[in-house]
Design a protein around this ligand. Structure first.
Ligand code: MF3
Ligand code: CO
Ligand code: CO
Length: 270
């Protein structure tokens, strides 16, 4: 898909117009609302395939399109990554067990704008170790988001996330990153979840991108399974991820994918 809006920086990052924020807000709100609504369908014995079927239906009912169906041959409206799956888990007929943690990642397209967001869920009772991992990953995302304002750099975002995660003796996945988005799914820059302060491109008002740290309880290395999608931790340790789509404003950040029902964190009371 070609995108001729705004202008490109010297790093090839698109700068959108003030009026484009409304489009991202609408797309982000739908994706976030779907993640709110799916929460009641996550339980012991449920299959990830059924969760994906419901998400497909919700996207369709909203008159929107799923960005992932048909993307590089991917066939589903969501990625569902259980336990040691880092990302890009393919929904299927495996049933959730008590204490499983899972990331559900949805990208809806509304009027040509892409809203990309993911969060963690639990089937049954959240185990202690998993609870710590989920909390740290959630908080790491917000450490990154706090750095989003004109004049800071992408390295500032990565550093804030990495420093926080490693201080908790957990590790940041290096093999996958956030990305620019807007009228397209994946655009420059690569938003790394590690880095050094002051390095990388400078943030400017009108940049739209995701921050989506993946955090492992063990080592950071991943491998991709024979299905060419499912990424797992090499050491089989638990992994968690949260993702928001954000825009740089004149004095900070707009989070496009905020949860309408305040259900972003899995320990909300329903
Ligand atoms: N939503 C994922 C992201 O955060 C991309 C999934 S691509 C798919 O960038 F094809 F695996 F769905
Ligand atoms: Co993304
Ligand atoms: Co995503």
């Amino acid at each position: 898909m070609k995108d001729h809006r705004g202008r490109l920086t010297k790093d090839g990052i698109r700068i959108y117009e003030q009026s484009d924020f409304a489009g991202m807000h609408a797309a982000g709100a739908l994706s976030a609302r779907i993640l709110d609504d799916i929460a009641d369908h996550v339980f012991v014995g449920q299959t990830t395939g059924e969760i994906d079927r419901l998400i497909t239906q919700m996207v369709e009912d909203a008159g929107a399109t799923s960005a992932t169906i048909g993307y590089k041959g991917y066939e589903h409206a969501s990625c569902i990554s259980v336990n040691h799956v880092v990302c890009h888990g393919i929904p299927g007929d495996k049933k959730l067990k008590d204490g499983d943690i899972l990331n559900i990642d949805v990208t809806a397209i509304v009027d040509g704008w892409f809203g990309d967001t993911s969060r963690m869920y639990v089937a049954g009772k959240l185990p202690r170790k998993a609870e710590r991992l989920v909390q740290v990953t959630h908080d790491a995302l917000f450490k990154g988001i706090e750095m989003v304002k004109p004049g800071n750099t992408f390295g500032d975002i990565g550093h804030a996330i990495q420093a926080y995660v490693e201080a908790q003796r957990m590790s940041v996945v290096r093999d996958f990153c956030g990305h620019g988005l807007g009228r397209v799914f994946h655009a420059p820059p690569n938003v790394l979840h590690y880095g050094r302060p002051g390095t990388g491109a400078k943030l400017e008002e009108g940049m739209f991108f995701t921050i989506e740290p993946m955090v492992n309880l063990g080592r950071p290395e991943t491998k991709t399974l024979a299905d060419d999608w499912t990424a797992v931790t090499r050491d089989k340790s638990l992994s968690a991820q949260f993702e928001h789509s954000v825009g740089v404003t004149a004095d900070g950040v707009e989070i496009f994918t905020l949860s309408p029902g305040n259900r972003f964190h899995p320990t909300y009371s329903s």
